[in-house]
Design a protein around this ligand. Structure first.
Ligand SMILES: *Cc1c(COP(=O)(O)O)cnc(C)c1O
Length: 393
């Protein structure tokens, strides 16, 4: 397929929908079929053989919904265009997407994974426990090349990472990987701020539950990659069943249309809140990535649990990427499943809070944060009492 060069904003609204006008449609059709009629079993046998052998998308109707779905395929096309990859394969959740990647490599006898902490808590858990038969070596970005073995099937990184927003140089890590595929979790940055494939990542993972959906009402995952790897992912998806529901595919396609506008607006507010937090004496440290984004992490001098208990406009909840602002305590929730020693060494301290900034007015958000911070103890570690920040700033 010839890919015209159009800007991200234009692709976000049109990719995956180019055929609609010719079909006499405006909104993408939602196909909820689980099965598809065919009077020609011989032809179906040939198509199933072809899929089993290659993993290429079927021409014509899907046969059965675990093989393919036209609405989900529109979302996959849209996301691939935004990430600048040949293909994308969607799954029921971000964790189903990561599981499929690991199973592709394990099924090829490449069960060793090199990974850089911090990662999203459940990704860390999946690798650390070796639940899917993988074995992990944790390292820092500079140690990736030395950690690679003959049976290494994957190098996995997140940048900016969940929850500390630590950044790494994707191009440098991709270089260290040599022939081993680099998987970059791009959930936090989204293709609006960063396109890992252009930096050398072979696999770009998203928890579509977050910014791609954008409204906190759809769960999904997706891997953007070359068509060769996508074929293996489709075969694993067919065999293991972690498919994305068509309604989720519909909502995610709709979410892509506003992704650039949402991410830019939410990032501008997040940058302003990061500045105000950094100037606040009740805050010990602010983590805000160089590339920007709508996530802010910060450490408080007082009790972080009092901050999540004290917000009224902001929702105290895990997850991120929605149009409304959420705050949570990673040590208690998103990264609770990570062993405490590994959690602390990954920079996820007990004083750390993670905030996903939404589309609300910046001053309303600040007023809520300011009140919640006032409710947490204001005594700095040296025992010296400092004046609270002026209200409304
Ligand atoms: C949430 C998240 C995941 C897991 O995605 P689910 O859709 O919850 O399965 C993976 N990576 C990152 C960075 C996340 O924030």
């Amino acid at each position: 397929m010839e890919i015209p060069s159009r800007s991200l904003a234009t692709e976000a609204v049109h990719a995956g929908r180019e055929d609609l006008a010719a079909l006499g449609l405006h909104a993408a059709p939602l196909d909820l079929s689980t099965t598809y009629p065919s009077y020609d079993s011989r032809a179906e046998a040939a198509r199933i053989d072809e899929f089993a052998a290659t993993g290429a998308r079927l021409q014509g109707p899907p046969v059965y919904a675990r093989l393919d779905n036209p609405t989900v395929a529109r979302f996959e096309q849209g996301l691939a265009r935004l990430e600048g990859t040949e293909s994308a394969v969607a799954f029921a959740s971000g964790m189903a997407a990561l599981s499929a990647v690991l199973l592709v490599r394990v099924s090829m006898g490449l069960r060793h994974v090199v990974a850089v902490r911090p990662l999203y808590g459940c990704s860390d858990h999946l690798l650390d426990t070796g639940l899917l038969g993988t074995e992990v070596t944790w390292t820092d970005p500079a140690g990736v090349a030395d950690a690679i073995r003959p049976d290494t099937g994957l190098v996995m990184v997140e940048t900016p990472a969940n929850p500390t927003l630590a950044e790494l140089n994707l191009r440098a890590v991709a270089h260290s990987c040599g022939e081993v595929p680099l998987l970059a979790d791009n959930t936090f940055a989204t293709p609006v701020l960063q396109r890992p494939a252009a930096e050398g990542a072979r696999l770009v993972l998203h928890s579509a539950t977050k910014y791609l959906g954008g409204h906190g009402d759809v769960m999904g995952g997706v891997v953007a990659c070359d068509e060769e790897f996508a074929r293996k992912l489709r075969q694993i998806r067919f065999a293991t069943g972690g498919v994305l529901h068509p309604l989720a595919g519909y909502l995610l396609l709709r979410g892509l249309a506003t992704l650039p506008v949402r991410v830019r607006a939410q990032s501008a507010t997040a940058a302003e809140l990061a500045t105000r937090l950094a100037a606040d004496p009740r805050v010990a440290k602010v983590h805000y990535p160089k590339i920007g984004g709508a996530m802010v992490a910060f450490e408080v001098h007082g009790d972080p649990h009092e901050v999540t208990a004290g917000v009224r406009l902001i929702t105290p909840a895990v997850s991120l990427g929605s149009v409304d602002t959420l705050i949570q305590h990673p040590g208690s929730i998103s990264h609770r499943i990570v062993d405490p020693v590994d959690r602390f060494s990954g920079g996820i301290g007990d004083k750390l809070l993670r905030m996903s900034v939404g589309l609300e007015d910046v001053d309303d958000l600040w007023a809520d944060l300011d009140a919640a911070l006032a409710g947490s103890a204001t005594t700095p570690p040296d025992g010296e009492r400092r004046a609270p920040a002026p209200a409304g700033r």
